[in-house]
Ligand binder design. Structure first.
Ligand code: NDP
Ligand code: 13P
Length: 339
């Protein structure tokens, strides 16, 4: 299978996925709004800030002009940070209309839009009408760019309400080290993908505070329980949360030093102020915004999410972390069967 693909967003994830798609035999145009980064990718085949010490295929061409990047695209893959998806989708819609295209849309971002609390497939559907596109699919799962760059074994999910679109995505990405499953539960996959970043922040913080493995396992397990409560309130399939986009992604993000969310939590746990952590990271820490949306959604939908609430209060309401942990531990005793 060989296609013309536009990849939008040249951070660590967008750039390595673009490289993988080139290696799979596709004709890939990678777009970034940063002209300097485009110049570096095209002249040196590197992307030092986002994926240090990696050399990209010389067949991968980067563009800073969005319309040029979209010429001939049969598939458009969005991999910009969550809060940028809508602002990128608007000009994409105009360009694909002008160019007379009707591409498949895929996104690989993990978050909930601030203020609207929409999932990203919903944001794309709002900005790009069905008349201008084929079905939308979502890729998600335990997959750090740094390990994909090393061709380490990686398994992800391609979710779409349209099986043919999910299978199309599966075929585009599959290779010897990258295996893709289809899934029809877009809601569950997107909610799992977005909310695991909150748990990764919490797991990093526990590490920074000096807590041990029991505490981290407890956070991941009970975190997954509340993610699935919120997800099923929207109609997600509960089994999705024990799949790649649920428990799989929680394991990788909440235990790995590759995770920006985990690293941010770890620094916060050691007492580094939030703005310093964000500035030093220089890359997107999705959990910091998703926790606001999840906190509001939990309130709106009357879903109990005590861990999300505690992390929100520590980050944005100056609650002392030790007090937040004490409150969680002193909650009334529950049955694990009533989740
Ligand atoms: N990294 C990973 O391993 C994985 C990441 N993801 C998800 O993929 C998404 C992207 O992450 P990742 O690539 O890691 O992020 P990075 O922070 O590495 O890169 C983000 C890229 O998007 C650019 N960008 C920022 N704002 C805008 C905007 N408004 N319009 C256009 N481009 C913009 C950034 O440019 P600049 O910095 O110059 O502003 C940068 O090039 C996230 O949702 C993340 O959760 C999913 C799976 C794995
Ligand atoms: O989603 C990811 C891995 O599956 C990447 O996580 P971070 O954004 O925390 O680095």
């Amino acid at each position: 299978m060989s296609e013309k693909i536009a990849v939008l967003g040249a951070g660590s994830w967008g750039s390595i996925l673009a490289n993988l798609l080139v290696e799979n035999g596709n004709d890939v145009r990678l777009w970034s709004y940063n002209a300097q980064q485009v110049e570096e990718l095209n002249s040196k085949h590197t992307n030092e800030k986002y994926l240090p010490n990696f050399t990209y295929s010389d067949k991968l061409v980067a563009y800073s002009d969005l319309k040029e990047a979209l010429i001939g695209a049969e598939t458009v893959l969005f991999v910009v940070p969550t809060q940028a998806v809508r602002s990128v989708a608007k000009p994409v819609n105009e360009a694909i209309e002008e160019l007379g295209l009707k591409p498949y849309l895929i996104h690989g971002s993990k978050g909930i839009e601030e203020n609207t609390y929409l999932r990203l497939s919903e944001v794309l559907a709002e900005e790009i009408p069905e008349s201008n596109r084929k079905a939308i699919s979502v890729i998600s799962g335990p997959s750090h760019a740094e390990e994909v760059a090393k061709k380490d074994i990686t398994l992800i999910t391609a979710a779409s309400e349209d099986l043919e679109a999910a299978q199309h995505t599966q075929q585009l990405f599959m290779n010897d080290y990258f295996r893709v499953y289809t899934n029809d539960d877009v809601i569950g996959v997107e909610i799992g993908a977005a909310l695991k970043n909150i748990i990764a922040l919490g797991a990093g913080a526990l590490n920074g505070l000096g807590y041990g493995d029991n505490a981290k396992a407890a956070l991941m397990t009970r975190g997954l329980a509340e993610i699935s409560r919120l997800g099923t309130s929207f109609g997600a399939n509960p089994f999705t949360f024990i799949g790649l986009s649920g428990v799989g992604d929680i394991i990788v993000t909440a235990t790995s030093t590759n995770s920006r969310n985990w690293r941010a939590g770890n620094e916060l746990g050691k007492g580094v102020p939030l703005d310093t952590v964000v500035n030093q990271m220089g890359m997107v820490i999705e959990g910091l915004t998703t926790v606001k949306a999840a906190y509001e959604l939990a309130k709106q939908r009357h879903v109990e999410m005590p861990i999300t609430e505690a992390i929100y209060q520590v980050l944005y309401e100056n609650k002392a972390v030790k007090e937040a942990i004490r409150n969680l531990m002193q909650r009334e005793g529950r049955s694990e069967n009533n989740d």
